[in-house]
Ligand binder design. Structure first.
Ligand code: SAM
Length: 162
């Protein structure tokens, strides 16, 4: 497969999984977590899909498109391994949806980061919360959910917190 097609499949799967998660949470109350601001593409998609929701965005730096930078109250800057365990104090309400877009080019490092976040992220989520992720997680309190039909298994990941 060409790199262009591979990129298109990855971002289409990401968009489809995010849209599915947004429909699963419906109007239930709760905030949203975005781990990985990057250039702000998925943050922009989430805020346009859920106007009015508090979206807390994490990244080690702010290098997004200027139109896609969260306000100071919602932008949590630093290493995930330090900011996620401490984030409950900044959040107005536990999260109902978390999107983890944390992968780097290094597969082993990305999997190790997911393993570490699997210990701290559940405490920020309310029961029934949906987790959408570019990396697989193995968290006891999370149940894997079926992916949207068009998304190939393993391309993206969906979980529900018990
Ligand atoms: N969702 C973004 C978008 O749509 O533009 C892309 C996110 S990019 C794949 C991953 C982001 O995670 C990068 O911006 C990187 O700085 C951040 N990141 C990776 N590991 C991190 C860590 N340990 N702590 C904080 N940020 C990290």
């Amino acid at each position: 497969m060409s790199r262009l097609n591979s990129f298109i499949r990855r971002v289409t799967a990401q968009r489809d999984c995010l849209d599915h998660a947004v429909s699963l949470i419906g109007d239930a109350p709760g905030s949203v977590l975005e781990l990985g601001l990057g250039n702000g593409r998925t943050f922009d998609h989430l805020r346009k899909s859920m106007p009015g929701r508090d979206i807390y965005v994490f990244d080690r730096h702010v290098k997004a498109h200027p139109d896609c930078i969260p306000d100071e109250e919602h932008m949590i800057v630093g290493d995930f391994r330090e900011t996620v365990p401490a984030a409950a104090a900044k959040m107005a309400a536990p999260a109902l949806l978390a999107h983890c877009d944390i992968g780097s080019g290094d597969k082993e490092l990305s999997l190790a980061l997911a393993r570490e976040l699997g210990a701290s992220l559940p405490a920020l989520l309310q029961p029934g919360a949906i987790i959408v992720s570019d990396q697989p997680f193995h968290v006891k309190s999370w149940v894997a959910l079926p992916l949207p039909e068009a998304v190939a298994p393993g391309r993206y990941h969906l979980y529900r917190q018990a």
